[in-house]
Design a protein around this ligand. Structure first.
Ligand code: ZN
Length: 698
């Protein structure tokens, strides 16, 4: 029997910069605005951010963050505002300075500083972009217009394939192209990189946007239809309304066959190897030989097909839907995908829908910040090298490594102490800890960008070549030996991630700073904040997803039936607990969709508390403003989840994010016994759970 696999990923979604699609979607996340370097007067929990008029047992999130919530407003250029977003602003400001220094250095176009500067400046050159109009897309639009049969259609579709999805590390299942490629260690052969193919074809974030019957979604679809027509009109298409209707109908038909997010996260449903020669029989319709040839993967013998039923259905739609409709779909998708690098009218129209309508943000982020996102996406490691040199001292690295060692030791003890787990299963769990790679701050090897050509004053071309460069880089890795110390996040990213197929973790430099980590703060603060994040990522090694991958990253169920039964019972209780959180009458937290992340929060907090206690070594920890050390530990945990969201953005998160909203993540404390004793939480208080109802997994 296989575990019901729902999983992990980055510590939060939406910040992944590894793949260039994240870049294209940045507008929907609308994070970031310039900010000052934070005042570092406080080392530890921020009392001014709390609301001590509330009982911690009634609403721990309000108790730890009420002050912040009362005085914070969501900036107009974003749909939500979080501690992560504020820190990302800081990282962006620093990165901007590094980029501007690089662009002033007068370096040659072929040098890495020359590329950083030229890429950033090409995006900032709004007058140049305006003057070119739609000319940069002309050859592609002409090629689409010239398609007149199924073979040419298959070729055009194949030419759009990019390495823009990532199922397990950054958990990005979305591509607007017909399909997406992900190159990663193989499910069966984790020593070599393998080609995974995933469903695609939708502009909206998920199938629910097309299929849900709620009034909110019906309104959004009406706006989307108007938006498609507006983009086509801007590009000079006749009969734009009629074409838009056909495009939306086609996307709706694709959405009906898409796998849901919760099902996408089930590894066993994803582990389907298809020989290239089998595609025509298993998914008739699309001219697969032509598609593979155009995508440059005609020599590839096998693929892992994540959602076979979607491939069958989408391929059938290629044959069943008139070629003219597909041509409209291709043209619209091309324009949408590059609208941010086209004249202002396209950029504004894209933002009006994907920014304002989808996330509620009234304003676009400032140009410089979007430019930083572009450079981070295309040349992330090159900027990262500059970033760590300036902002990540060796002492910070050493201090974080010591915490990791304590938390890993805590996990070892917890595993040994489990009464329900079979000794053989425990041995494999310990083996996973032995081979776990924990990357702190930055990667050990940096990506080489010498094959990426950047041209002055060519924003569109620079982005086009960046996506192609990334794609060819991925193709070049297929079949190659796996580098277990690879990174999938840049050092300047405010996030953390578990890479299950590598049995590795990445903690980028940009998250190793206040309010997550501060070398001058009490240990209780650091363990409650970044310690819980570290524990969260380690937990993914053993959770319902981790149970599917062994110590070498291979797909092999290493649990016994009895282990699995216990695990499923314990985790079902956690899913039920999160199902009770209902921020809207018609939409709540999906306990199953968020289960893997909730397990990681649960285990990470518990293990970090153990690690903290072990680190004390008989020292007496200091109180701060009347709060004991362990109270500080829990308050620090609550404070990393401070967030504000506009309704549209909140709804999008509930539907598409495997992580629970911050207020519920902060409430995870209710499953930890020590929280009750430290805050004297009593029966009858809203978060109170009787001891038997508290969910303990590890
Ligand atoms: Zn996670």
């Amino acid at each position: 029997m296989s575990p019901s696999t729902t999983f992990r990923s980055g510590f939060l979604a939406g910040a992944a910069l590894c793949s260039l699609i994240a870049l294209a979607l940045c507008v929907t996340n609308a994070q970031n605005k310039p900010s000052q370097e934070p005042k570092s007067a406080v080392h530890g929990i921020v009392i001014a951010n709390m609301d001590t008029s509330v009982k911690p047992g009634d609403d721990f999130y309000q108790y730890t963050n009420g002050g912040w919530l009362a005085r914070t407003e969501i900036p107009p250029d974003r749909g939500s505002y979080t501690v992560f977003g504020i820190l990302a602003d800081l990282s962006d400001s620093r990165t901007r300075a590094l980029i501007e220094d690089a662009s002033k250095a007068n370096a040659s176009a072929a040098s890495i500083t020359g590329k950083i500067g030229a890429l950033f400046n090409s995006f900032k050159d709004e007058a140049g972009i305006e003057a070119k109009g739609l000319a940069p897309l002309k050859s592609q639009l002409d090629a689409i217009a010239a398609i007149h049969d199924q073979k040419e259609l298959a070729r055009a579709l194949g030419e759009t394939l990019r390495a823009d999805v990532d199922a397990l590390n950054n958990t990005n299942f979305h591509t607007a192209n017909l399909f997406g490629l992900w190159v990663a260690p193989g499910f069966g052969d984790s020593d070599h990189y393998t080609a995974y193919l995933m469903q695609g074809g939708l502009q909206l974030p998920d199938r629910e946007y097309y299929l849900s019957d709620s009034q909110h979604m019906r309104d959004l679809r009406a706006k989307y239809l108007t938006h498609i027509a507006a983009m086509l009109k801007l590009a000079g298409f006749s009969n734009a309304d009629e074409r838009a209707r056909g495009i939306l109908d086609l996307e709706h038909a694709i959405a009906e066959k898409h796998r849901s997010l919760a099902d996408n996260e089930d590894i066993h449903k994803a582990n389907n190897t298809w020989a290239a020669a089998d595609f025509s029989a298993k998914a008739p319709g699309l001219d697969w030989a032509e598609y593979f040839r155009a995508a440059g993967i005609e020599k590839q013998k096998t693929f892992i097909v994540w959602q076979p039923e979607a491939f069958t259905a989408e391929s059938a739609l290629v044959a069943l839907t008139p070629v003219e409709t597909w041509k409209n779909w291709l043209a619209y998708h091309l324009i949408e995908s590059y609208a941010s690098y086209l004249p202002k009218a396209f950029d504004d129209e894209r933002f009006a829908f994907f920014g304002t309508a989808l996330t509620g943000a009234p304003q676009q982020r400032p140009r410089w910040q979007r430019g930083v996102a572009l450079v981070n996406g295309a040349l992330g490691d090159a900027v990262g090298q500059l970033y760590v040199k300036k902002y990540f001292p060796p002492e910070a690295k050493a201090s974080a490594q010591a915490m990791v060692a304590n938390i890993i030791a805590a996990f070892r003890k917890r595993i040994d102490a489990l009464t329900w787990m079979d000794p053989k299963t425990k041995a494999e769990a310990q083996a996973k800890l032995n081979t776990l790679y924990v990357g702190i701050g930055y990667p050990e090897t940096w990506r080489d960008y010498s094959g990426y050509e950047v041209k002055k004053g060519d924003a569109f071309g620079n982005v086009w070549r960046a996506r192609l460069f990334d794609y060819r880089y991925s193709l070049g890795r297929i079949g190659q030996p796996v580098d277990r110390k690879e990174w999938c996040m840049t050092p300047q990213t405010v996030n953390a991630v578990n890479l299950p197929l590598d049995n590795g973790l990445n903690f980028p430099a940009a998250i190793l700073q206040p309010p997550f980590f501060d070398a001058q703060a009490p240990a209780a603060f650091n363990y409650g904040a970044i310690g819980a994040v570290i524990g969260h990522e380690i937990s993914h090694t053993f959770d319902s997803e981790g149970a599917v991958f062994d110590s070498k990253g291979r797909v092999r169920n290493w649990w016994t039936e009895a282990d699995l039964k216990h695990f499923n019972e314990a985790t079902a209780a956690l899913a039920a607990q999160y199902d009770t959180y209902k921020p809207f009458p018609d939409l709540g937290v999906n306990g199953r969709q968020t289960l893997g992340e909730n397990i990681a929060d649960n285990a990470g907090l518990a293990a970090s508390l153990d690690g903290y206690r072990a680190s004390l070594a008989r020292k007496t920890p200091p109180a701060q403003d009347g709060f004991t050390a362990e109270q500080q530990f829990f308050i620090a945990f609550g404070q990393i989840y401070a967030n504000k969201r506009r309704e549209a953005s909140f709804r999008q998160q509930l539907l598409t994010d495997p992580h629970s909203p911050g207020e519920y993540r902060a409430s995870e404390v209710r499953n930890i016994d020590a929280w009750y004793t430290n805050f004297n939480v009593q029966p009858g208080e809203k978060l109170y759970l009787a001891p038997a109802e508290r969910v303990r997994i590890w």
